[in-house]
Design a protein around this ligand. Sequence first.
Ligand code: FUC
Length: 762
Amino acid sequence: MTDLKLWYDTPAQAWTEALSIGNGRLGAMVFGGATRERLQLNEDTLWSGGPYNPVNPEALAHLDDVRNLLFAERYTEAEAAANRWLMGKPIKQMPFQPAADLWIEMTGIGEVADYRRELDLGTAIATTSFTADTLGIHREIFATAEDGVIALRIMAARPGTLSLRVTLTSLQKGAVRSPAIGTLRFEGHNSAAYGIDGALTFAVEGRVSTDGHLETGPQSVDVSGASEVTILIDAATSYVRFDDVSGDPVAKLTTRLDAATALGWRQLRENHIANHHALFSRLSIDLGETSAARLPTDQRIAANPHVADPALAALFVQYGRYLLLASSRPGTQPANLQGIWNDNLTPPWDSKYTTNINLQMNYWLADPANLAECIEPLLRLVQEVALTGRETARVHYGAPGWVLHHNTDIWRATAPIDGAKWGLWPTGGAWLCVQLWDHIRFGDDGLIADLYPALKGAAEFIAHVLVPLPDTDLLVTAPSLSPENVHPLGAALCYGPAMDSQIIRDLFDATIEAGDKLGLDPDLRTQLAKLKSQLPVDRIGKAGQLQEWLADWDMDVPEIHHRHVSHLYAVYPSAQITLEGTPELAAAARRSLETRGDDATGWGIGWRINLWARLRDGDRAHAVVQRLLSPDRTYPNLFDAHPPFQIDGNFGGAAGIIEMFVQSQNGEIHLLPSLPAAWPAGRVTGIRARGGIEVDLVWADGALVEAMLKGSGARTVSVLYGMNRVELTPHFDGSRVTIADFDNAHPAAPAGANRHDGAPED
Ligand code: FUC
């Protein structure tokens, strides 16, 4: 079994070398300095601004003008008018903010040697150890989801030899004081941004305890003559919900820190490991190991493009799972563009929630990687934007239901922002709904009623804003865009981009199926089925490519290698286009993907891995994995490089690797659909497939040896390996299939015309 550790033989200098820990709500970057340790701290509700309503009351009066300009093919004029009239106010959303830094200055230590720092993904504990003048010093730190705090302990091999000073600083407005012996607390206020006043108060507290001597000053805590020092850390804000900032941060963190203090280090550590292990150990992955695996992690990344290191890909998958557990737990905020790790007052793209790919990608891993619990924050976000988005739907479109465009923040702002060519895209909320519907397909039927109001509202909005395309029977979105691609007529703004129709088909299908299961809204279901039949179907263009737009513009765009591959949504994450169900469209999608090329931003590469996996080109998918796991796209701490750091590439890349081993779209389970030659032997356990089935696989010499499928025993599934198919009814205790079963099986019949191919239903 591969060692699941990130490790280094020098302390972190840059932030992207530091090790990330988190409990979903609190995050810390651990630099591991021997003489000076820095813990850069985040709390997931500390954002700029306060509750605000970004709607633009002038928008509706100009909506038809923009539509008419688009239908008159006057695209740049339409975009200019949209920029002038249709955008939200302010035209930006609020940034996610850093909370504080806790510093530990070791005093009077001699020469440092034997240095090593590591992050053990199996325990979610980061350690730093070294000798100082031959005296051994060992630090451990973890962020526990079980007890809600960050806990750090420093231990000296020889009793009474530790001396250190602890300080707390913050880039935010506020001040440090010491409310009790051994305690430092920063109490602060968040900042205004883009004209929205700061409305949050917050506090960060560190409590130091030791067997040595403790001296507490107003700005620092000094320890001397100690064998061990424990520091418990917490942070909290007054945020309660997007419309409520009445919380008491000091009361919140006092409750948690008092409870953690009472438990003590040993118990906290035990609780933390048990909590993490129960979730993390559900999936294992072994792709074999080469000598490269013995190198420090930063050197492995540097060497990976040239040296075979399959264990690095396995580590990357597990690190993705680790990051999800660390940044998204029930009750916390969803993982934002940087998860929960941000040291910057003005982070790239404000470290918020971009919903034209990035937030969705953050959750691609959750179900297949057997961490379904981590999705709860995303469901809550969708339920909240389904509330705030009603006002935007009404004021901007005169529509019922709700809308979310291409971004939101902690205040759940939903209006179009940044500029029309990025923001004026009405299907962000619809995509999120469809993604949660897909989560339900993995086996969480209990959520149908919880999701339904959001699904219904998203469908009602779209039903209202679809407009007839002049001189046709078609209905299209207008204004819209194909994220964020500029077409040959000099604008991104357009009508009826392929991705919108694809998302809307999935949205309407999901709403119809959910309404049917719940026995609700029969008239709406009839209406949606009718509207669906009027959406444009996917088209194949002059170069044999899948058309990104209604017009055949793809080959004439200014950026032929654009990072977004929006129209390939139908291949992944959707399954409207499949190799067997819609072979011509699948070939066209492949052509589009080839034209786009494999190089992109981190998340762009992550998407491409999933697409090549779905198109069952394992070697191509592997080549793209190698591109991601290179110093250009992966930092020394394994954070994804857009660049700069953006966490979606971690999640999307890891999901793509899993997609190479097991796929489960359209009621079938494919075993090893995209196994590359580079990984001829391996074993995975605990991949989840749609239908609530868990899959374990063993393969050797590039071929399946055996698979074990576990399920409720309620349903028979078709299991495919290569061209052969067997029918199975997986039970809880597992149903085993071996390569011999497939050898005896009949070749798989093509799955027939796919009902998601965009053609009207019978
Ligand atoms: C989308 C992408 C960018 C970036 C941003 C946060 O707009 O096009 O590449 O990832 O989101």
